[in-house]
Design a protein around this ligand. Sequence first.
Ligand code: DNO
Length: 385
Amino acid sequence: MERTWRWFGRKDPITLDMLRQIGVEGIVTALHEIPNGHVWSESDVKYMKDFIESHGMKWSVVESLPVSEQIKYGGPDRDRLIANYVESLASLGRNGIRTVCYNFMPVIDWIRTDLDYRCPDGTTTLRFDWADFAYFDCRILCREGAEESYSPELMARVDALESGMTEERKARLIDTIIVKTQGFIDGNIKEGEKAPVSVFRNLLGLYAGIDRHTLRENLKYFLDSIMPVCDEYGIDMCIHPDDPPFQVLGLPRIVTCEADIDWLLDAVPDRHNGLTFCAGSLSSGRHNNVPEMAARYVDRTYFVHLRSTDVDGDGNFVEASHLAGRAHLQDLVRFYSGCSRNIPYRVDHGRCMLGDAERPYNPGYSFLGRMYALAQVMGMESMVK
Ligand code: DNO
């Protein structure tokens, strides 16, 4: 396995020199300053690649080359945006960068409801709670028909939350769900947005009438259009599973389980249509058996995210230690280390610990917490070699 680390570019408070010291071999990054939908030129890609190489590492994986919403919902500008995407892939290909992670989640990328969940040992981690999420959906977003998406028991918990709800808590929920987790990954809503909820409502509106079937067709259309450039340069496209792997906010999500992944790999059988095996995202759906899925899809897996979760009886989940939880990272490390291909992996997310909270890190992307998790995974690797 190739040991990589997600680095957010020159603005990242974690420097490439620091990463070399902790055993990182490859960098996972993107040209974050280029707006979504614009072309990544060959020279911009080269500049970043040279910068990374001048620090003794390589640019191993692009995470992400973002897919514009219009491509996902099939808007009038989608062919132009796909042509731009193809051009960006060609720029990467000409620079020898051949692993690209992306996702096809409508409107909202990964979702959490608490970014500072306190663990018994004093560290903090990320959590998703259904009642908080349903509260956001039904009482803040006020999405039409939202209440029908939830069970009566869950709606009773939403009612119970109402009594203790303050304006400050509401603002924190909004910030957590649609701003803080989204802005830094080139999402739709940037930090500092004055009216995030109404921007978000408008975005949801774009998907009116787009069901699972149409979203799948749009994904196939996109992949069919980019496979020729991927074949030409040998680029592996690695879709990131939906996080969490279930339907939310009335939006279709189509990379949540084995049936979805089977469909995706069969619909576009070109071997450059592959997966980012995000153990953490998949583990937060109780329907997924992560080690079994790793084995089933290994031939089309070109990038691995190592992270784990604990899921309770109501489906709420919390990000677990990398040594625990339902992803069984020890089994995955043993399995991937035995593969003939040197698949890049990165430790995904980490606890906030030992002063991480005082630094301006993106949620989930602490330094000490991730370094600690990386050391745990390196320990696993050394035991199975
Ligand atoms: C969150 C990340 C995701 C991921 C994208 C890939 O921590 O795992 O934002 O990078 O979904 O496109």
